[in-house]
Ligand binder design. Structure first.
Ligand code: SF4
Length: 233
């Protein structure tokens, strides 16, 4: 029997970057060893067997939430691409595709997993900025865009000017090597417990306008609709 470590399955009108505002079903894996310091879902870090579910249970939850109306699933985490998740993730993707779901995966930008990326419809791939204290390899990002840029976006959480400059630099590194049509989205950092960071948001917008508009600035809408602490929204 296939089992998975799943934090939650829920329906929301949310999505990263260009998927903002689209009703979809989220399957959130439990377990992440990446350790972004400004992570807003630290409760998903532990690989805790108490979160074990069968594939049938997960599919039943998805189908109940879908009602055959919402045929779109985003797979997120945690880190759904952690090697220990891959066999169960591949089984889940196969089952969802057999039932005609459009599949997006939210990838942390630390791995390219061919058996997953080849099967999904879209990949939201992170570039980790300095404020996360996690490094994204420029060469890995270039390879990702060469192989999967036609069905992907690059997403970066931006806390300050240093973060913006890091994204700007890597964007120009990549642009020198490929014909870049992949959208790049900047998400102004909005940490749990803080009020809506209007100044930070405006700073990111201004930086983008001042440096030639290569990116789309898109916030995390659910945090201002429901508040930064709300889960499953
Ligand atoms: S990869 Fe995602 S879940 Fe893991 S630490 Fe970073 S933001 Fe949090």
């Amino acid at each position: 029997m296939t089992t998975l470590l799943i934090n939650s399955v829920y329906r929301a009108t949310e999505g990263e970057g260009i998927h903002i505002g689209i009703p979809q079903i989220f399957v959130r894996f439990q377990g992440c060893h990446i350790g972004c310091v400004n992570c807003d879902s630290k409760e998903t870090w532990e690989f805790d067997p108490a979160f074990t579910k069968s594939l049938d249970e997960v599919m039943e939850q998805v189908e109940t939430l879908s009602q055959n109306i919402i045929k779109r699933v985003s797979i997120t985490g945690g880190d759904p691409l952690h090697p220990s998740h891959i066999p169960s993730l591949v089984a889940l993707i196969k089952e969802l595709k057999a039932r005609n779901y459009y599949l997006n995966i939210e990838a942390a930008g630390t791995r390219i997993v061919k058996e997953v990326f080849d099967q999904v419809d879209f990949i939201s791939y992170d570039f980790k900025t300095p404020s996360t204290q996690v490094r994204t390899s420029k060469d890995l990002l270039l390879r990702f865009i060469q192989e999967y840029g036609h069905k992907a976006q690059i997403k970066a959480v931006v806390a300050d000017k240093k973060d913006f400059e890091a994204v700007y630099d890597v964007y120009h590194f990549i642009k020198g090597s490929v014909n870049l049509t992949t959208p790049w989205c900047l998400t102004p950092c909005f940490e749990p417990g803080e009020a809506f960071p209007m100044n930070r948001f405006q700073q990111v917008v201004q930086l983008n306008e001042n440096f030639g508009l290569p990116f789309r600035v898109i916030g995390q809408q659910h945090k201002w609709v429901y508040g930064p602490e709300a889960k499953l929204v």
